[in-house]
Design a binder for this molecule. Structure first.
Ligand code: ADP
Length: 270
């Protein structure tokens, strides 16, 4: 049985809009080794908020206190004005879907692996989620379609296929808040397009917080926060930050090469 003792005295989270606000959040895994050092940012409803910055800056760590895997000793995190420390963990996790880099497929059929997102999902819902996640077509090419065994001893799926199964699993939950850790491993052009389309579908009309590694995602984000050394050091949209020519512009140049014409990048031509 799940341990619900930590939920005693707490109320279920009510998500109306899905605005997520971090205000001066500090966090450490080990005493006196702060990782988040006054993290403040807002993820607005219905838009994609991108977190970018150097490795080790604290981007993934943000998800830990947000999901109450750990408590932040200082600062506040609210969802639609409710302090997450006052809401039940179960309700918090009901409203938040996480799509990470390491996708867990258990031993079972493709169908079971998608339906895992919500017990009791109907066949129609499973197929609809797979279609929206750009997974239906490759699933139908498997020897037994949705009944094909995956996971341990099952059919080996490519990284991009696993990503899309994971997006379908998240879609079927209808969670209003999506946390996404984009894959860093390179996908081939076609896979990348499929994954991007799947993610676009997933984030439509929801609050999406993405740890972004891909230029395409960053360019299209409603707001970008550059995270370094445990805090936000710059924020704005892609064209705004490029014009300012500070950390973000340098980051884009370093990551995507001098060759990438930044004026083209700014106008969304690449
Ligand atoms: P980013 O996502 O920006 O690459 P992380 O949040 O993964 O950064 O890491 C920030 C810092 O926290 C790093 O110094 C990392 O080594 C440390 N860290 C991350 N996860 C843990 C953990 N589970 N236990 C201890 N330290 C961690």
């Amino acid at each position: 049985l799940p341990d619900r003792s930590e939920d005693v005295g707490k109320t279920p989270l009510k998500v109306t809009k899905g605005r997520v606000v971090f205000d001066d959040v500090q966090f450490e895994y080990r005493p006196n080794e702060p990782v988040l050092k006054g993290m403040s940012f807002t993820a607005e409803p219905g838009q994609m908020t991108a977190l970018v910055g150097p490795s080790g800056g604290g981007k993934s760590t943000i998800f830990n206190p947000l999901l109450q895997f750990y408590q932040a000793p200082h600062g506040t995190i609210t969802i639609d004005g409710q302090h997450i420390g006052t809401v039940t963990r179960s309700s918090l996790r009901e409203h938040i879907a996480y799509v990470g880099q390491d996708i867990f497929l258990f031993r079972g059929s493709v169908r079971q692996n998608i339906a895992y997102g919500r017990l009791g999902a109907s066949e129609e819902e499973i197929v609809a989620a797979a279609k929206a996640a750009h997974a239906h077509d490759f699933i139908m090419q498997f020897p037994s379609g949705y009944e094909t065994p995956v996971g341990e001893h099952g059919l080996q799926l490519s990284g991009a296929q696993r990503q899309r199964i994971s997006v379908a699993r998240a879609l079927i939950r209808y969670a209003p808040i999506i946390l996404l850790d984009e894959p860093t491993a390179s996908l081939d052009g076609e896979s990348e397009q499929h994954v991007q389309s799947a993610v676009r579908e997933l984030s439509r009309g929801r609050t999406t917080i993405v740890i972004a590694h891909r230029l395409y995602t960053i360019m299209n984000a409603g707001m970008i926060y550059v995270v370094d050394n445990g805090r936000v050091v710059e924020s704005g949209t892609h064209p705004m930050l490029l014009r300012e020519g500070n950390r973000y512009a340098e980051y884009v140049r370093l990551q995507f090469g001098e060759a990438s014409d930044l004026t083209q990048v700014a106008s969304g031509e690449i």
